[in-house]
Design a protein around this ligand. Structure first.
Ligand code: ZN
Ligand code: ZN
Ligand code: ZN
Length: 355
């Protein structure tokens, strides 16, 4: 906060709050806010009826419940104590921010992520191990998918998505964040919404799924993996495209060393896809950071020249999408470490042929 020139940090709904105090705010019209003055003690302001859900941490914050007839904006602005520069959580509802701006008319406003993103994006070794455990859980599901142990042909994308979701929970996650299942031409849409489309023989099935594993401290860590399988012998043309994707993804992982600018990881993957003539079909950045949120800093994208630091964790997920025809993506979570790129996902990277 001192280096960012921020006097008070205020966190409400969103991943920052559990990260810093182990409590996740319900997205309610009743205000929950952690108020952190730069030179003072932190206070967690919560509706009285939620207070019993808070794991008290007197070493971290003081608890300040408010009653139905109290004015929580007044409580928060008093705790902020005339701050000249206030940073508010990126996901705070605008109704609270608008009220706070009224109660603190002289404050300048900043995004909370100016303070929190640099902290959250550098994981401790304990956090990396929690991401590794979440990655291992989705790897087990990917393995079953690749061995043909999850029925595909004759089921709808939505049915397979629901099954992946159940397995995400069975494998130890507390929440399912997404389970994309895209068959045939639908695989050309990177964020396809699984629907009533029946999966047939002899087509690609792209599966991208992940969830959140919450620890005893109330902080959750995310998984995110993409694998493709083919329901029959893939045509040579698809195999050629997949081989390019395989090489591009491996090159991206290999480039993910400490000190490398994030955009160079993107370039490493993209240049291989472009050189093979598929450049126009790779329509998104190569990756995103991951931690307590499924998308967070650092972003692996052209224009981000920030050097990777030990403890950064992010996806490397190039894709090739040929509209109306087919598509493929290959995604691992990778941690940058002093010993080199540390891929957390270990599921097989080949295009599995399933019956
Ligand atoms: Zn995505
Ligand atoms: Zn994904
Ligand atoms: Zn991802």
């Amino acid at each position: 906060m001192a280096s960012q020139g921020v006097d008070v940090l205020m966190l409400s709904v969103g991943a920052d709050l559990p990260y810093f105090c182990g409590y996740e705010a319900m997205p309610l019209e009743r205000l929950t806010m952690l108020v952190v003055p730069r030179d003072g003690e932190a206070t967690l302001v919560v509706p009285r009826l939620e207070a019993s859900r808070v794991r008290e941490r007197p070493d971290v914050f003081e608890l300040r419940p408010w009653d139905e007839t109290d004015d929580p904006i007044d409580i928060v602005s008093r705790l902020a104590g005339g701050a000249a520069v206030a940073a508010v959580g990126d996901h705070m509802w605008s109704r609270f921010l608008v009220d706070l701006m009224g109660a603190m008319p002289h404050a300048a406003w900043r995004r909370g992520s100016d303070v929190t993103a640099p902290i959250r994006s550098v994981k401790s070794s304990e956090e990396i191990e929690r991401l590794r455990a979440a990655a291992a859980a989705v790897d087990r599901i990917a393995g079953r998918l690749q061995r043909g142990e999850i029925d595909l042909v004759g089921r709808t994308e939505a049915e397979v998505s629901a099954e992946l979701g159940r397995q995400i929970v069975t494998e130890g996650h507390d929440r399912v964040n997404f389970a994309i299942v895209a068959a045939g031409a639908n695989a050309a849409s990177p964020h396809h919404e699984p629907g009533s489309r029946m999966i047939a023989a002899d087509e690609v099935v792209l599966c991208d799924f992940g969830g959140t594993m919450v620890g005893d401290d109330g902080v959750g860590y995310c998984s995110d993996i993409t694998r493709c399988v083919y329901t029959g012998e893939p045509p040579a043309e698809f195999c050629e495209m997949y081989d390019v994707l395989f090489d591009a993804q491996a090159a991206g992982v290999a480039a993910a060393a400490v000190g490398t600018p994030a955009e160079d990881v993107d370039r490493a993957a993209r240049s291989i896809i472009a050189a093979a003539g598929y450049g126009q079909y790779f329509v998104h950045r190569t990756g995103h950071g991951i931690g307590t949120e499924e998308h967070e800093d650092p972003y692996i994208v052209e224009g981000n020249d920030e050097a990777l630091a030990a403890g950064n964790a992010f996806s490397v997920e190039p894709g090739i999408y040929v509209p109306g025809r087919w598509g493929a993506r290959l995604e691992d979570i990778v941690a940058a470490s002093a010993a080199g790129p540390d891929p957390l996902n270990r599921a097989d990277h080949d295009l599995a042929v399933v019956a």
